[in-house]
Design a protein around this ligand. Structure first.
Ligand code: NCD
Length: 325
């Protein structure tokens, strides 16, 4: 049966068959569902309990942009649940895309072979275009240019919830490339679903949110405080979310060099502004903006639970959209 393709739909408590393109589709109740299922998935993965939840299902992973964690964790998620994958990295070289095939045709082909398609693409809006092109199977946005990265936001929420046991009334710091960082764009949308949160946005002025995004997010009720200097950081925030300057989005290396690594997490910075319950997150890859000396600090989540939560959350999301839980 063709799926309902009347545009990107709200989840509204029902994930089955839905495309996952933007955090705008979610309510806080929908996120509760994801987090609840994520907990079950963690038990399956941690106990190496053979699961057949996705037995008989094939998921296509087609990544037009480089990826380590998102690609790897989606592949692992499918396999953890007994499903199988078609894995295409760099379709510009290794598929008919190199012969000029359109995105629309590529989606129509791979939906014939699989039950869901996970796509990453350098151009904002492509996940939505892919969702509109696929008649039968759900599309999951694994990052569309500077647009969004919804599954990353869900795993970031899982990480915050694990530590603080709540998603409202948080004080957070988001730092780095707020203009081009798609993980930032999804995570702010996610946090704006809850009351009482204040985010300090630390970036060079060239890398602030667009005014359109800033106004859009604040109109949802979340408090955003833009700062350009580390001395304006709040003390004892609940989390810090550091990001890399997105080199591939700059028109020249020179422009990138001007703004890269303005803000670096050092032991001194942590000592001055972080508290004992401040968790430090980063979607990775980091390219110098968190010093390796921090890695063994128990508050550093980026190479530990944040990475693992990525697999659990993606297991949950796939099981939900494929109607298996
Ligand atoms: C992020 C991305 O691809 O947007 N990586 C990831 O998926 N964890 C962040 C980044 O590349 O900076």
């Amino acid at each position: 049966m063709p799926k309902d393709n009347s545009g990107i739909q709200k989840i509204n408590g029902n994930f089955k068959g839905k495309d996952i393109v933007s955090l705008d589709q979610f309510s806080s109740k929908d996120i509760d569902i994801v987090l609840k299922v994520t907990k079950k998935m963690k038990t399956i993965a941690v106990n190496a309990k053979p699961s057949r939840i996705l037995a008989g299902n094939i998921v296509t992973l087609i990544f037009y942009e480089p990826s380590s964690r998102t690609f790897g964790s989606f592949a692992a998620a499918v396999k953890q649940l007994g499903g199988q994958t078609i894995e295409i990295q760099d379709p510009q070289h290794f598929s008919s895309v190199s012969k000029g095939e359109t995105l629309e045709d590529t989606m129509r082909v791979f939906e014939a072979y699989s039950d869901a398609i996970v796509i990453r693409h350098p151009v904002k809006g492509t996940a939505e275009a892919a969702a509109n092109a696929a008649f039968f199977v759900p599309i999951v946005n694994a990052g569309d240019g500077i647009g969004e990265h919804p599954t990353q936001a869900l795993l970031d929420l899982a990480t915050i919830f694990e530590k603080h046991k709540r998603l409202n009334n948080l004080t957070g710091v988001m730092a780095g490339d707020l203009l081009n960082g798609r993980t930032i764009h999804s995570l702010i949308r996610a946090l704006a679903l809850y009351k009482g949160t204040t985010l300090y946005l630390l970036s060079p002025k060239e890398l602030k949110l667009t005014r359109e995004d800033y106004n859009n997010f604040t109109s949802r009720g979340i408090k955003l405080i833009e700062i350009e200097n580390e001395t304006q950081l709040p003390k004892n925030a609940d989390f810090w979310y550091w990001t890399r300057v997105q080199k591939e989005r700059f028109s020249s290396l020179e422009e990138y060099e001007k703004v890269k690594n303005k803000f670096i997490v050092t032991p001194e910075l942590m000592k001055t502004y972080a508290g004992k319950n401040t968790i430090l997150m980063h979607p990775l890859p980091r390219v110098g903006e968190i010093l390796p000396e921090i890695d063994n600090d128990p508050r550093a989540m980026y190479l530990r639970s944040e990475v693992r939560n990525g697999m659990y959350v993606r297991m949950a999301l796939l099981a939900l959209i494929l109607g298996k839980v």
